[in-house]
Design a protein around this ligand. Sequence first.
Ligand code: NI
Length: 254
Amino acid sequence: MIFDTHAHYDDSAFDSDRDLLLSLLPEQGVCGVLNAGTNILSSKKSIELSKKYPYVYSAVGIHPECVSVSDTNLEILKDLSKDKKVIAVGEIGLDYHYSQENKNLQIDFFEKQILIANELSLPILVHDREAHMDTLNLLKNYQPKGVVHCFSGSLEMAEEILKLGMFIGVGGVVTFKNAKKLVQVVKEVPLESILLETDAPYMAPVPNRGKRCDSSYIKFTAQKIAEIKNKSYEEVLLQTKSNALKLFRLEESL
Ligand code: NI
């Protein structure tokens, strides 16, 4: 019943056992994984993985930490987006945590990739780290479909995202002790607007915090959400899976 809407199985953290791990996921209750690209090479690897496993889907995109001055990558990206296992453009967005010097370049890449997604009618996976205002303004301007992954904004921002018809991505962070703001967002936002995700190999939920994360760990995140919202674990898994199928238009294939 688990649909992981954000993972990075092309990451080198999985080099030693990627195939074994991916092939065992269905036994762990995982019915779908959306693997997000971070640059052209990673997007290509992501597509390869999605061809190998029927329950793995692919997102292609250039992460804000991977933007470069040349635009030719975006042409390649557009071609890759046309593959039939590609169901989203991502992960794309803004990250002002490490660098604000290339703000304009990040904004330029984010805008151009949103336009590609809109042109191909694909949803986007948004990375927003310490860039809430600029992210929200661009989303309001271009009105893409999609999800704000690893949501870290305020409740007010969450409400703006919902008004745009977008989803809130919730991962292992919600289980962390210092996650008060996110817990409040999860409490107030309807379950119909939440997607479950891991960001594997990163962001493993408690009790596995700090370990290498994989999609089966979503059960801890789902349990925490169930507790916050006073709903059953099964209802959280079922509703969030159906949200994912709706956003990524997979109703008929799964
Ligand atoms: Ni990610």
